[in-house]
Design a binder for this molecule. Structure first.
Ligand code: URA
Length: 267
């Protein structure tokens, strides 16, 4: 395929994806990008906007310390993450998953000083082979979701509650979660993201210490230490229920607004 056809095709796919997410239009004007479009919003979106406004106000009072992108902070965080990775070890046998067919530990990927962190459930078959979270079909959808808010996978950090693939992609069991989640909590402490997106109920429940279902948690913004946490639907759920992409897009717009507010409060 010629290069311009290739670009054309990519653009078509990108636009089709935005439409699926419920994006209503585009403009190159900065003023349009920053517009207040609440007048077009439906009642559900309006209540979400009210939550965001309250959270943005609260965000301004959060102490974040040094800017996350400072090179020395990135180097330090990278070293600390490597220390945690080494402690987990390539042959971790702390829970029964090591004997149930997992190929490798899938630790996490992205920049160590990310402002935005995504937390999923557990590696699937593709992640188990490649050693990187969210690289299969659900992962490709997550990549598009990240790109829809003008970021790349390299600019965020992605990890899971548990680091080894459960056999046949079954749900993680409570003892497996209890054994592995402390490593996720330490990853979050080192990365110090401003916003955490919990993908699906396992991530939301582990981070928020709640038994509430994701359907009740989504649409709300929570505090998680110095970060704000937004629970949303897991990309694998979206593959089965594409109609819910619109709600995830609402959540991602909130994420984008919170990141922008945090960046401007850096001074
Ligand atoms: N689903 C997850 O929760 N995590 C992955 O890494 C892949 C699929």
């Amino acid at each position: 395929m010629a290069r311009s056809d290739d670009l054309d095709q990519q653009l078509r796919e990108h636009l089709a994806f935005y439409m699926e997410l419920g994006v209503s239009g585009f403009s190159r004007e900065a003023a349009w990008r920053d517009r207040d479009d609440r007048s077009h919003a439906d009642p559900a979106a309006a209540s979400v906007d009210a939550t965001v406004a309250a959270v943005l106000e609260a965000t301004n009072s959060i102490e974040h310390g040094a800017p996350a992108a400072a090179p020395e902070r990135t180097t330090e965080a990278a070293a600390q993450l490597e220390a945690i990775r080494a402690e987990v070890g390539p042959d971790c046998a702390r829970c029964k998953l090591h004997g149930l067919g997992r190929r490798q530990v899938v630790f996490g990927v992205g920049t160590p000083a990310a402002d935005l962190m995504f937390v999923g459930e557990a590696p699937g078959a593709d992640e188990d082979v490649q050693g990187e979270p969210f690289v299969g079909r659900a992962g490709q959808l997550l990549t598009k979701i990240i790109e829809a808010i003008d970021l790349t996978r390299d600019q965020v950090y992605i990890a899971n509650v548990i680091k080894c693939r459960p056999p046949g992609n079954r749900n993680p069991e409570p003892d497996e979660v209890a054994t592995c989640e402390p490593f996720l909590f330490r990853q979050v402490q080192v990365i110090r993201p401003r916003v955490i997106v919990a993908l699906g109920s396992f991530a939301a429940k582990a981070l928020l210490r709640t038994s509430d279902p994701i359907s009740r948690l989504r649409g709300q913004v929570f505090r998680y230490g110095d970060a704000l946490l937004i629970p949303t639907f897991h990309p694998a759920y979206l593959l089965r229920n594409p109609g819910s992409k619109r709600e995830v897009w609402e959540d991602m717009k909130k994420v984008r607004a919170l990141l922008a507010a945090a960046a401007s409060s850096k001074g």
